[in-house]
Design a protein around this ligand. Sequence first.
Ligand code: A2P
Length: 281
Amino acid sequence: NEINTVTQATAVKVPTLPDAQAVTEVKHWTDRLFSFRVTRPGSLRFRSGEFVMIGLMGDPDPKTGKQKPLLRAYSIASPSWDEELEFYSIKVQDGPLTSRLQHIQPGDEIILRPKPVGTLVHDALLPGKRIWFFATGTGFAPFASLLRDPQTYEDYDEVIITHTCREVGELQYGAELIESIRNDELLAELIGEGFADKLRYYPTTTREESPKMGRITDLMRSGEVFEDLGVEPLKPETDRAMVCGNLAFNLEIKEMLEEYGLREGANSAPREYVVEKAFLD
Ligand code: A2P
């Protein structure tokens, strides 16, 4: 329409989508994984670990010609103090959203509903000594936020993040993030120089050779994880856990956590562990 033509001609960026945010950066990690950053709505506040609905405009309805937004739940991977928002996504070649989302470029717009929600939040856990973050695949995303939250290190003596992926390349996003956290001067200033000593990173692969192979669930059952890290198996008195991965993983580890005596918590009833499903298009 006319207004649009004028604004484009004068190169003023006007949102053309409802709840539009501009893409500022895109990084492709493997042929199955990418991350991207977008502008943050000025009013958006969120708790580390929460997710928002994001997406693109869907194809026009063949009958009515109307377009509806195509939205999915994405954990916010950036810390709550960041000026922008970061997301970490799978690429599914026939996935309704990610088949298109994987092609976004800086300057493009996406839809972002500014209503953060989710259960992977500190408020859903009772105080403890050690927190375990268990991730598979893109389930690392909420922990990318939580691992950059000073509260994580203030609340716990020890922070253990496990990440199980099929291939080594799929660990890279997480590995680089851990490295950057260890060298983060702002975090060190906020919570004290020794904070990085609390952070333990335990990456494993299942389908490609790497220093530590196997599903985290199997490595817990055999006791190998606990031996490697020099910690006792989980106990409700001391250990808390947050879980984010594919459905089969979530169900399996949930059962294991219950066997250790941990109970599932929620915002309204904090307990010893919480679970959320990683989005798979
Ligand atoms: P595996 O290769 O043995 O299936 P995906 O990419 O399919 O979401 O899987 C991510 C990682 O989660 C893979 O390493 C996969 O291992 C692992 N995984 C899948 N199901 C389970 C489960 N039930 N328990 C533990 N790990 C699992």
